[in-house]
Design a protein around this ligand. Structure first.
Ligand code: ARG
Length: 284
Protein backbone atom coordinates (compact mmCIF):
# COMPACT_ATOMS: atom_id res chain seq x y z
CA UNK A 1 0.00 0.00 0.00
CA UNK A 2 2.75 2.40 1.08
CA UNK A 3 4.58 1.54 -2.11
CA UNK A 4 1.55 2.36 -4.24
CA UNK A 5 1.10 5.72 -2.53
CA UNK A 6 4.71 6.72 -3.05
CA UNK A 7 4.50 5.61 -6.69
CA UNK A 8 1.42 7.76 -7.20
CA UNK A 9 3.12 10.67 -5.43
CA UNK A 10 6.17 10.31 -7.64
CA UNK A 11 3.97 10.27 -10.74
CA UNK A 12 2.14 13.41 -9.60
CA UNK A 13 5.45 15.15 -8.95
CA UNK A 14 6.78 14.25 -12.38
CA UNK A 15 3.58 15.52 -14.00
CA UNK A 16 3.78 18.76 -12.02
CA UNK A 17 7.37 19.23 -13.12
CA UNK A 18 6.34 18.79 -16.76
CA UNK A 19 3.51 21.27 -16.36
CA UNK A 20 5.87 23.80 -14.81
CA UNK A 21 8.52 23.57 -17.51
CA UNK A 22 5.72 23.76 -20.04
CA UNK A 23 4.58 27.06 -18.56
CA UNK A 24 7.99 28.63 -18.36
CA UNK A 25 8.85 27.83 -21.98
CA UNK A 26 6.27 30.05 -23.69
CA UNK A 27 9.09 32.27 -24.97
CA UNK A 28 11.01 31.78 -28.22
CA UNK A 29 14.10 30.34 -26.63
CA UNK A 30 12.90 26.76 -27.00
CA UNK A 31 11.31 24.81 -29.84
CA UNK A 32 8.42 24.08 -27.53
CA UNK A 33 7.79 27.75 -26.90
CA UNK A 34 7.88 28.44 -30.64
CA UNK A 35 5.39 25.65 -31.31
CA UNK A 36 3.09 26.98 -28.61
CA UNK A 37 3.28 30.48 -30.04
CA UNK A 38 2.47 29.00 -33.44
CA UNK A 39 4.97 31.27 -35.15
CA UNK A 40 8.65 31.56 -35.87
CA UNK A 41 9.69 35.16 -35.22
CA UNK A 42 12.69 36.05 -37.38
CA UNK A 43 14.62 39.30 -37.07
CA UNK A 44 16.54 40.60 -40.06
CA UNK A 45 17.76 43.85 -41.60
CA UNK A 46 16.21 44.05 -45.04
CA UNK A 47 18.79 46.25 -46.76
CA UNK A 48 21.03 43.35 -47.65
CA UNK A 49 20.32 41.87 -51.08
CA UNK A 50 20.26 39.07 -52.14
CA UNK A 51 19.84 37.71 -48.59
CA UNK A 52 17.04 40.12 -47.53
CA UNK A 53 15.48 43.09 -49.22
CA UNK A 54 12.08 44.58 -49.89
CA UNK A 55 10.20 43.71 -53.06
CA UNK A 56 6.56 44.75 -53.51
CA UNK A 57 6.37 45.77 -49.85
CA UNK A 58 7.44 42.32 -48.78
CA UNK A 59 10.73 41.17 -47.27
CA UNK A 60 12.21 38.54 -49.58
CA UNK A 61 15.57 36.89 -50.20
CA UNK A 62 17.75 33.87 -49.53
CA UNK A 63 17.49 34.06 -45.72
CA UNK A 64 13.71 34.39 -45.94
CA UNK A 65 13.50 31.29 -48.16
CA UNK A 66 15.59 29.34 -45.67
CA UNK A 67 13.41 30.47 -42.77
CA UNK A 68 10.23 29.61 -44.70
CA UNK A 69 11.51 26.07 -45.01
CA UNK A 70 12.34 25.96 -41.30
CA UNK A 71 8.89 27.28 -40.28
CA UNK A 72 7.27 24.73 -42.56
CA UNK A 73 9.28 21.91 -41.03
CA UNK A 74 8.27 22.98 -37.51
CA UNK A 75 4.65 23.50 -38.59
CA UNK A 76 4.31 27.16 -37.60
CA UNK A 77 3.83 30.41 -39.51
CA UNK A 78 6.74 32.71 -40.33
CA UNK A 79 6.92 36.26 -39.03
CA UNK A 80 9.78 38.41 -40.35
CA UNK A 81 10.69 41.71 -38.74
CA UNK A 82 12.99 44.35 -40.21
CA UNK A 83 15.21 45.89 -37.49
CA UNK A 84 18.58 47.63 -37.20
CA UNK A 85 21.29 45.05 -37.90
CA UNK A 86 23.24 45.75 -34.74
CA UNK A 87 20.25 44.85 -32.52
CA UNK A 88 19.56 41.39 -33.97
CA UNK A 89 21.84 39.20 -31.85
CA UNK A 90 20.75 40.96 -28.63
CA UNK A 91 17.08 40.32 -29.47
CA UNK A 92 17.80 36.66 -30.17
CA UNK A 93 19.71 36.44 -26.91
CA UNK A 94 16.83 37.83 -24.84
CA UNK A 95 14.24 35.73 -26.68
CA UNK A 96 12.42 38.65 -28.35
CA UNK A 97 13.20 36.92 -31.62
CA UNK A 98 13.47 33.16 -32.10
CA UNK A 99 15.98 33.53 -34.89
CA UNK A 100 18.33 36.05 -36.43
CA UNK A 101 18.63 35.51 -40.18
CA UNK A 102 20.50 38.40 -41.75
CA UNK A 103 23.61 37.18 -43.52
CA UNK A 104 25.17 37.15 -40.07
CA UNK A 105 28.84 36.21 -40.11
CA UNK A 106 29.69 33.55 -37.56
CA UNK A 107 32.29 35.11 -35.28
CA UNK A 108 33.65 34.47 -31.80
CA UNK A 109 32.33 37.66 -30.26
CA UNK A 110 28.79 36.93 -31.41
CA UNK A 111 29.16 33.30 -30.36
CA UNK A 112 29.44 34.56 -26.79
CA UNK A 113 25.80 35.73 -26.95
CA UNK A 114 24.08 33.42 -29.45
CA UNK A 115 24.46 29.98 -31.02
CA UNK A 116 24.95 29.61 -34.77
CA UNK A 117 23.75 27.09 -37.31
CA UNK A 118 26.07 25.39 -39.74
CA UNK A 119 27.33 27.86 -42.39
CA UNK A 120 25.13 28.24 -45.47
CA UNK A 121 27.03 30.86 -47.50
CA UNK A 122 30.41 32.55 -47.44
CA UNK A 123 31.68 36.03 -48.27
CA UNK A 124 34.64 38.39 -48.28
CA UNK A 125 34.91 42.13 -47.87
CA UNK A 126 34.61 44.32 -50.98
CA UNK A 127 35.30 48.01 -51.50
CA UNK A 128 32.96 50.35 -53.38
CA UNK A 129 34.40 53.59 -54.76
CA UNK A 130 33.35 56.16 -57.35
CA UNK A 131 33.80 54.85 -60.88
CA UNK A 132 36.42 57.49 -61.74
CA UNK A 133 38.40 57.00 -58.53
CA UNK A 134 41.84 55.73 -59.56
CA UNK A 135 43.60 56.49 -56.29
CA UNK A 136 41.98 53.75 -54.19
CA UNK A 137 43.07 50.26 -55.18
CA UNK A 138 44.26 48.61 -51.97
CA UNK A 139 43.71 48.85 -48.24
CA UNK A 140 46.79 51.09 -47.87
CA UNK A 141 45.16 53.61 -50.24
CA UNK A 142 42.24 53.88 -47.81
CA UNK A 143 44.42 55.45 -45.14
CA UNK A 144 43.35 59.03 -44.52
CA UNK A 145 40.05 58.46 -46.30
CA UNK A 146 36.47 58.50 -45.07
CA UNK A 147 35.13 54.97 -45.09
CA UNK A 148 31.47 54.03 -44.83
CA UNK A 149 30.15 50.77 -43.38
CA UNK A 150 26.88 49.32 -42.15
CA UNK A 151 26.87 49.73 -38.38
CA UNK A 152 27.69 46.66 -36.31
CA UNK A 153 28.75 44.54 -39.26
CA UNK A 154 31.99 42.71 -39.85
CA UNK A 155 32.90 45.51 -42.30
CA UNK A 156 32.56 47.91 -39.36
CA UNK A 157 34.69 45.63 -37.13
CA UNK A 158 37.36 45.23 -39.82
CA UNK A 159 37.76 48.95 -40.49
CA UNK A 160 37.75 49.73 -36.75
CA UNK A 161 40.43 47.12 -36.30
CA UNK A 162 42.57 48.50 -39.13
CA UNK A 163 42.22 52.00 -37.68
CA UNK A 164 43.37 50.88 -34.23
CA UNK A 165 46.17 48.73 -35.64
CA UNK A 166 47.50 51.67 -37.64
CA UNK A 167 46.96 50.53 -41.25
CA UNK A 168 44.13 53.06 -41.45
CA UNK A 169 45.44 55.30 -38.65
CA UNK A 170 44.30 58.48 -40.40
CA UNK A 171 40.97 57.24 -41.70
CA UNK A 172 37.52 58.20 -40.47
CA UNK A 173 34.88 55.53 -40.02
CA UNK A 174 31.31 56.50 -40.91
CA UNK A 175 28.52 54.11 -40.06
CA UNK A 176 25.13 53.86 -41.75
CA UNK A 177 22.00 51.76 -41.35
CA UNK A 178 22.49 49.88 -44.63
CA UNK A 179 25.26 49.40 -47.20
CA UNK A 180 23.27 51.10 -49.98
CA UNK A 181 22.71 54.14 -47.78
CA UNK A 182 26.46 54.31 -47.22
CA UNK A 183 27.15 53.94 -50.95
CA UNK A 184 24.77 56.79 -51.74
CA UNK A 185 27.18 59.02 -49.76
CA UNK A 186 30.14 58.26 -52.03
CA UNK A 187 31.32 61.67 -53.14
CA UNK A 188 30.99 62.97 -49.61
CA UNK A 189 32.83 59.90 -48.36
CA UNK A 190 35.55 58.07 -50.28
CA UNK A 191 34.69 54.40 -50.04
CA UNK A 192 32.30 51.84 -48.63
CA UNK A 193 33.21 48.38 -47.36
CA UNK A 194 30.55 45.68 -47.55
CA UNK A 195 30.03 41.97 -48.10
CA UNK A 196 30.79 40.85 -51.65
CA UNK A 197 27.35 40.04 -53.10
CA UNK A 198 25.63 43.05 -51.59
CA UNK A 199 28.40 45.34 -52.87
CA UNK A 200 28.05 43.73 -56.29
CA UNK A 201 24.31 44.40 -56.44
CA UNK A 202 24.69 48.01 -55.31
CA UNK A 203 27.28 48.59 -58.04
CA UNK A 204 25.33 46.69 -60.71
CA UNK A 205 22.45 49.07 -60.07
CA UNK A 206 24.68 52.11 -60.27
CA UNK A 207 27.30 50.98 -62.78
CA UNK A 208 27.62 54.53 -64.10
CA UNK A 209 28.59 55.75 -60.61
CA UNK A 210 30.49 53.10 -58.68
CA UNK A 211 32.83 50.16 -59.06
CA UNK A 212 33.68 47.41 -56.59
CA UNK A 213 36.56 45.05 -55.98
CA UNK A 214 37.94 42.76 -53.31
CA UNK A 215 39.74 44.44 -50.44
CA UNK A 216 43.40 43.36 -50.56
CA UNK A 217 46.71 44.79 -49.43
CA UNK A 218 49.26 46.25 -51.84
CA UNK A 219 50.77 42.82 -52.44
CA UNK A 220 47.40 41.38 -53.35
CA UNK A 221 47.15 39.60 -50.00
CA UNK A 222 43.90 39.07 -48.14
CA UNK A 223 42.69 41.67 -45.68
CA UNK A 224 40.28 40.04 -43.27
CA UNK A 225 39.17 36.48 -43.55
CA UNK A 226 36.64 34.58 -45.60
CA UNK A 227 33.43 34.80 -43.60
CA UNK A 228 30.66 32.24 -43.17
CA UNK A 229 27.00 33.11 -42.70
CA UNK A 230 25.03 31.32 -40.01
CA UNK A 231 21.53 31.55 -38.55
CA UNK A 232 21.53 32.78 -34.93
CA UNK A 233 19.40 31.25 -32.18
CA UNK A 234 19.33 31.72 -28.40
CA UNK A 235 22.10 29.90 -26.57
CA UNK A 236 21.02 26.40 -25.67
CA UNK A 237 18.09 26.26 -28.11
CA UNK A 238 19.53 23.02 -29.43
CA UNK A 239 16.23 21.59 -30.68
CA UNK A 240 15.56 24.56 -32.93
CA UNK A 241 19.18 24.55 -34.06
CA UNK A 242 18.90 20.88 -35.01
CA UNK A 243 15.88 21.61 -37.23
CA UNK A 244 17.64 24.59 -38.83
CA UNK A 245 20.78 22.54 -39.50
CA UNK A 246 18.73 19.76 -41.02
CA UNK A 247 16.98 22.22 -43.34
CA UNK A 248 20.24 23.96 -44.32
CA UNK A 249 21.81 20.60 -45.05
CA UNK A 250 18.96 19.69 -47.41
CA UNK A 251 18.94 23.10 -49.10
CA UNK A 252 22.69 23.03 -49.67
CA UNK A 253 22.58 19.49 -51.03
CA UNK A 254 19.69 20.02 -53.44
CA UNK A 255 21.16 23.29 -54.73
CA UNK A 256 18.30 25.50 -53.47
CA UNK A 257 20.52 28.02 -51.71
CA UNK A 258 22.72 28.47 -54.77
CA UNK A 259 19.62 28.84 -56.94
CA UNK A 260 18.11 31.43 -54.58
CA UNK A 261 21.34 33.43 -54.51
CA UNK A 262 21.14 33.74 -58.31
CA UNK A 263 17.39 34.37 -58.44
CA UNK A 264 17.30 36.97 -55.70
CA UNK A 265 20.40 38.72 -57.03
CA UNK A 266 18.59 39.14 -60.34
CA UNK A 267 15.41 40.35 -58.64
CA UNK A 268 17.35 42.82 -56.46
CA UNK A 269 19.11 44.24 -59.49
CA UNK A 270 15.78 44.89 -61.21
CA UNK A 271 14.30 46.58 -58.14
CA UNK A 272 17.19 48.84 -57.29
CA UNK A 273 17.54 49.87 -60.90
CA UNK A 274 14.12 51.47 -60.78
CA UNK A 275 14.88 53.04 -57.37
CA UNK A 276 18.15 54.39 -58.72
CA UNK A 277 16.53 55.97 -61.75
CA UNK A 278 13.88 57.58 -59.55
CA UNK A 279 16.68 58.98 -57.40
CA UNK A 280 18.41 60.35 -60.46
CA UNK A 281 15.37 62.10 -61.83
CA UNK A 282 14.78 63.79 -58.45
CA UNK A 283 18.36 65.03 -58.44
CA UNK A 284 18.39 66.17 -62.04
N1 ARG B 1 28.02 39.58 -42.84
C1 ARG B 1 28.10 40.86 -42.21
C2 ARG B 1 28.02 40.72 -40.71
O1 ARG B 1 27.65 39.71 -40.22
C3 ARG B 1 27.04 41.82 -42.70
C4 ARG B 1 25.64 41.37 -42.53
C5 ARG B 1 24.63 42.44 -42.80
N2 ARG B 1 23.34 41.90 -42.87
C6 ARG B 1 22.22 42.62 -43.06
N3 ARG B 1 21.09 41.96 -43.15
N4 ARG B 1 22.27 43.89 -43.15
O2 ARG B 1 28.33 41.60 -39.97
Amino acid sequence: MKKTISLILAAVMILAAFALTGCSSTDYKSLDGIKKAGKLVVYTEAGFPPYEFVSDNEIVGVDIQIMKAVAEKIGVTLEVKDVAFNTICASVKTGKAAVGAAGITIDDERKASVDFSEPYSSTEQYVIVAIDNDSIKTVEDLNGKQIGVQEGTTSDFLVSDLISKGTLANSALKSFLAPAIAAAQIGKIDAVIADKLTAGIIVANNSDKYKTFKLTDKNGGDVGETEQYGIAVAKGNTELLAVINEVIDELLKDGSIEKWVTEYSELAKKIEESTASTGESTNG
